[in-house]
Design a protein around this ligand. Structure first.
Ligand SMILES: [Zn+2]
Length: 408
């Protein structure tokens, strides 16, 4: 099962721009029609498997005269569309796209060759920056499937990464306006992300304005919401990338395991003293915290840096040095009476996260839960505290385009 080993390797989709051509337009069009034909066949004949659908649909899809690969690909698309539990009654594919597996395309530097019909090809010149070329020219990376849309070609790269044996931990505490990390060597950094919070706030006002100004026309308002939603997302993601990159780089350099809080739903929504209203906190948190965790997780995976999640309960309750309960001095200041030290709340939380003092370790798929708990036997968890292990395995974020399964 070659796909099994491949799916465990970290995977990254890199998007390239290219110049559209008319040839490609008609290929898009044909492929879309093929997919929709296959969908209709699947709905009618109810095949039991992908292979089944291919057998049934092959003769009629062959009429299009395209390379066999497109028949298989259209059947896969149709099968997964029809299997989707949330699908509409009569699913229909509107968008132009193509998906090609590795052996069916060739990529020579930035020149992409894709098949159309037997012995007939389309050549596309991709536009690549230095960033893109780093992936193209890296011989250690494996190329997986490519997905073409009207404007971009997305290439899935994967690599075999040896997992780093950690020498220590880095704990990350996420807040409204900063991401604070501390590692077990005693280094702490607060990365300011107030720009992201401000951005969110601005877009919130913008959305309110759209709502007021376009009250009469639902279609226009939907269009504008979508446009500004995309823009907002793009800008936020860019800013968070800078932070996540920095953290993963530090972890890799110093061989640290990344520890994050498993944020269930809306926990931080109720964290007061952030200076924002409730509704703002809620929206901002839900999305941004997940986004930053997602980014850190996949970047870490790419670099072979291990990531562990812990239960967020009580991360700012006790002193990281002497473990006695801390008192709240001001909104973001905590005081340890035993050690006579004042802590910044975010720093204290990140230190506690790095030390994994909290009772519950929420495991990733690997390492095993036992290992994750045993790794810190000397941290002095009070025996009364339950060593409860949450069996919930967080969703792993693979960047491969797995909306179209390719394991034929
Ligand atoms: Zn203390």
């Amino acid at each position: 099962m070659k796909h099994k080993s491949r799916s465990n390797d970290p995977c990254k989709a890199v998007s390239f721009r290219y110049k559209a051509s008319q040839e490609l337009d008609s290929l898009f069009q044909d492929f879309r029609l093929m997919c929709n034909d296959a969908i209709r066949i699947a709905l009618k004949q109810k095949p039991k498997s992908r292979i089944d659908l291919i057998k049934i649909a092959y003769p009629s899809l062959k009429e299009y005269g395209l390379h066999t690969h497109y028949i298989l690909s259209a059947c896969e698309v149709a099968y997964s569309v029809c299997k989707n539990k949330n699908r509409v009654k009569d699913p229909y594919i509107k968008q132009a796209f193509l998906k090609l597996d590795n052996p069916s395309y060739t990529l020579n530097h930035l020149l992409l060759r894709i098949p159309v019909r037997p012995r007939e090809f389309i050549y596309l010149t991709l536009q690549g920056s230095d960033y893109h070329l780093r992936f193209i020219d890296d011989p250690t990376l494996k190329r997986g499937s490519i997905t073409l849309t009207g404007r971009t070609v997305s290439i899935a790269f994967s690599k075999e990464t040896a997992k780093i044996k950690p020498l220590g931990n880095i704990g990350i505490d996420m807040n409204e306006r900063n991401i604070t990390w501390s590692d077990t060597t005693g280094k702490t950094e607060m990365i300011d992300i107030s720009e992201v919070a401000d951005l969110k706030e601005n877009y919130k006002h913008l959305r309110a304005n759209i709502g007021r100004k376009t009250r009469q026309d639902h279609r226009i308002s939907q269009k504008l919401y979508a446009k500004y939603g995309r823009r907002e997302r793009k800008r936020t993601v860019q800013r968070l990338h800078i932070a996540s990159k920095k953290i993963v780089r530090h972890a890799k350099q110093h061989r640290l395991q990344i520890i994050m809080e498993k944020l269930k739903g809306i926990r931080k929504l109720y964290r007061k003293g952030n200076g924002q209203g409730k509704s703002f906190r809620g929206r901002m948190n839900n999305w941004s915290f997940r986004e930053i965790q997602h980014q850190i997780e996949y970047k870490a995976k790419w670099e072979g840096v291990p990531v562990t999640y812990i239960n967020p309960k009580g991360t700012s309750r006790n002193c990281p040095i002497c473990d006695s309960p801390v008192a709240t001095l001001a909104e973001r200041k905590l005081y340890c009476p035993k050690y006579d030290k004042t802590w910044d709340r975010d720093e204290l939380a990140s230190l506690n996260i790095a030390a994994m003092k909290m009772a519950c370790v929420v495991p990733q798929a690997q390492p095993s839960t036992d290992e994750a708990v045993k790794r810190n036997p000397n941290l002095g968890n009070p025996p009364s505290r339950k060593m409860e292990v949450n069996s919930h395995v967080p969703k792993s974020y693979s960047l491969s385009f797995n909306f179209l399964p390719i394991d034929l």
